[in-house]
Design a protein around this ligand. Structure first.
Ligand code: FE2
Ligand code: FE2
Length: 272
């Protein structure tokens, strides 16, 4: 599926990344670590992926409201792992969502930790829902495990209908120069230098992506295993929780190929 890259985006607004899918993150110009919570709307229901930190919540909720979504339409909060940049606002969501239909979903390994953010809703183990979330319409979000990348219970979400894979920290970046969407130039797709640009470009998004994975992922082995799994998903768009959305399959595959043989990841940089 082909996705367009939008230009002239106003990051104070929610940004539509695909039909009925919105980026509702906080563009914090002072931070290199941008968090990307996403909203999926399906009829009169909605789902939030990696809802965001506690300090980001007013910005994120304002953007959800700006899409015209009533918070009480939110049926599920999906957390791909248990970090505070994803889960910190879980209780704030509960406070604003009316009714008893809300599911808070993650793996059992993550739920042990998410519990300590203090949600009052009973946490759902995705293994008990056949690793999927299904809207009333029948639209299905598939959950695919990427163990130890970077948490024991980490997983990603693939939305069949839009062909978007939400990969959480995988394919993320600590980007010095941020845009919501990235598009690689042809010379960059095949470039294998990860420090100084051989084409003398002023900024290399790929080197920031690689540096982020070296820092956040625990080992070469964990990263390579997770990337191998994600490359089997034929997604047309990658929507990570940090860094930029990758709206082309060719760029997804090119960046995936780089991550698949990245070395010096996590402990492998310390104990070679
Ligand atoms: Fe994380
Ligand atoms: Fe993160």
């Amino acid at each position: 599926m082909h996705h367009m890259v939008n230009l002239n985006l106003n990051y104070d607004d929610p940004i539509k990344i695909a039909e009925n899918i919105y980026w509702v993150g906080f563009y914090d110009k002072l931070s290199g670590l941008h968090c990307n919570p996403y909203l999926i709307v399906d009829g009169d229901e909605a789902v939030i992926l990696d809802g965001g930190s506690r300090p980001d919540f007013p910005t994120v909720m304002t953007k959800i409201l700006k899409t015209g979504t009533n918070p009480s339409a939110i049926r599920a909060l999906i957390y791909h792992h248990y970090d505070p940049d994803l889960c910190g606002s879980v209780s704030d969501y509960e406070d604003i969502i009316e009714g008893t239909n809300l599911k808070i979903m993650s793996t059992a390994e993550n739920n042990h930790f998410i519990h300590h953010y203090g949600p009052s809703t009973k946490l759902t183990d995705i293994a008990d829902t056949n690793n999927r979330f299904t809207f009333s319409s029948g639209r299905t979000l598939q959950f695919i495990r990427t163990p130890y990348a970077h948490s024991a219970g980490s997983f990603i979400t693939y939305d069949e209908q839009s062909d978007v894979a939400f990969t959480s920290d995988l394919f993320g970046s600590y980007s010095k120069q941020w845009d919501l969407f990235i598009a690689l130039e042809e010379v960059c797709r095949s470039c294998d230098y990860d420090d100084l640009c051989p084409n003398e470009k002023p900024y290399c998004a790929i080197s920031d992506i690689l540096a982020f994975h070296k820092m956040v992922m625990p080992s070469n082995k964990a990263l390579h295993h997770a990337i191998k799994i994600i490359l089997q998903v034929s997604a047309g768009m990658i929507a990570p929780q940090h860094g930029s959305v990758i709206p082309s399959q060719a760029d997804f595959k090119a960046i995936g190929a780089r991550l698949l043989d990245l070395n010096g990841v996590g402990i492998d940089a310390i104990v070679p």
